[in-house]
Ligand binder design. Sequence first.
Ligand code: SAM
Length: 247
Amino acid sequence: MAIDTATGLEAPAELSSERVKSVFSSIARKYERFNAISSFGAYKAWVAGMMRQADIDPSHDVLDIAGGTGEITFAVARSKHPRHIQCTDLVPEMLEVARAHMAEGASCGVPVDFQVVDAQDIPYADESYDVVTMAYGIRNMPKREQALSEMLRVLRPGGQLVCLEFSTPPNGAWRALYRFYLKRLIPFWGGLVTGDREGFVYLAKSIKAFPDQQGLAKLMEQAGFTDVKWKNYTGGIAAIHTARKPA
Ligand SMILES: C[S@@+](CC[C@H](N)C(=O)[O-])C[C@H]1O[C@@H](n2cnc3c(N)ncnc32)[C@H](O)[C@@H]1O
């Protein structure tokens, strides 16, 4: 089934895919600033959480899905030194920025390749990666079940999925404050700083329409992952889910 990622309602996949291409191709050069604002400045701590939870060692091949400008790819390279990282994204303009960071030495010598890939149709062989990382990717995908099945397919038995995504604060008061901030302040503030109000309006809508922690865990289990766990960050504004392909 395909959905409109801004509402969660059933819709042709092209609607969301075209919108996401338009949003990210236009903000690619401003994305890192956009990211710092949209994650309320907490992104670095959330990435550090991802690195703590990722079971990556120097013999591993890592696939970064929706890798964007390479934030997660380069954090993995710096902190884990895997054998190889494949950094992929739907939008070529985002990967161009990642390539420029690579040219400046961001991977600390770890081999990284870049490729435009739709995570809903991954062009790699079965069982070819030890770990799949994905930050802020699945929320933007209209065919989430298919994307998760593809990630499961390319993982080796026992391989790990590590997924950072915006989520739902369990505390009602915190959730209400956060939703007010998302709906009213983020488009205004983000628009002012980056000149791209529409990108922030989409961000706010897609977060509201996205499944909560349990809902995302269920999608992972339905795709065939086991040992699905999550840890909340910043009171549940973000969550990191980890899951395994059965050994
Ligand atoms: C918010 S950015 C996150 C980038 C990066 N992971 C980070 O943490 O900075 C979301 C990325 O998801 C990518 N994306 C959206 N739909 C995708 C799809 N179907 N397949 C692959 N990437 C996708 C977008 O192009 C965009 O670069």
